[in-house]
Write a protein that binds this ligand. Structure first.
Ligand SMILES: C[S@@+](CC[C@H](N)C(=O)[O-])C[C@H]1O[C@@H](n2cnc3c(N)ncnc32)[C@H](O)[C@@H]1O
Length: 223
């Protein structure tokens, strides 16, 4: 059964009308755009990562639902948070094809409608690059995780190569407009540490995608 609930996003997180139209288009083209990256390794990464989700699970920025098929049967609850209406429609469509009980919630990562210390696993794949306020989102994730809870993540990040980092800085604005607000040069792991998380992660390459989003970190963060 699919249930869709909603929380009211604050005005500061509302997109402008023109970017709202582009975000709707992005929701339609997202799966074909990342398809090559999925078959070139991202699908396998999702499967390994999400396979270690346990207990009550909250996924932020669930997008079109490319992780759904990989959740293990043993999880007790799956809450898929996604603030963009076009993405939520694709998500609901994909969810219908999978058995199990999950809820779709209209909520940005900066305002998650769950009680303190009530969640075992938070999943974030390719989302912390896009949220408007990543520190607020990470504090929100820390708030809702139980003391022994985990944040499982795949994120593309600022390159360690000076040349690629310079390309990311140069192409930051056009990429951000094209890719629905994505910050290709964000230092997400450093932000996680600054927000009090301990990180166990591996570096990777998002093959099949433009070079400015190649550098990946894949891992687990705990409080
Ligand atoms: C690159 S897509 C990733 C989608 C999905 N997680 C995946 O792995 O394919 C980024 C997603 O983050 C969502 N997003 C944008 N701003 C957000 C926010 N403030 N909080 C949570 N999600 C957000 C977008 O709507 C989009 O679905």
């Amino acid at each position: 059964m699919t249930e869709i609930a909603s929380v009211e996003p604050s005005n500061e997180l509302q997109p402008s009308p023109s970017s709202a139209v582009w975000l709707r288009i992005m929701a339609l083209v997202y799966d074909p755009f990342v398809w090559l990256g999925e078959i070139a390794g991202m699908r396998r990464r999702r499967s390994t990562l999400v396979g270690s989700a346990q207990g009550r699970v909250v996924e932020i920025g669930a997008g079109t639902g490319l992780n759904i098929a990989h959740y293990p049967d043993g999880i007790t609850e799956l809450v898929l948070c996604e603030p963009e209406p076009g993405m939520r429609r694709r998500l609901a469509h994909r969810l219908q094809r999978h058995a199990g009980v999950a809820r779709i919630v209209d909520a940005p990562a900066e305002h998650l409608p769950m009680a303190d210390a009530s969640v075992d696993t938070v999943v974030s794949t390719l989302v912390l690059c896009t949220v408007d306020d990543p520190e607020r989102a990470l504090r929100e994730i820390a708030r809702l995780l139980r003391p022994d809870g985990q944040l499982l993540f795949i994120e593309h990040v600022r390159a360690s190569s000076r040349f690629l980092a310079a390309c990311q800085d140069k192409l930051f604005q056009p990429w951000r407009h094209f890719a629905g607000g994505c910050h290709c040069n964000r230092t997400t792991v450093e932000l996680m540490r600054a927000c009090g998380f301990a990180i166990a992660a591996d570096d990777g390459v998002w093959r099949g995608m433009p070079a400015i989003v190649h550098p990946l970190v894949v891992g687990r963060a705990t409080r």
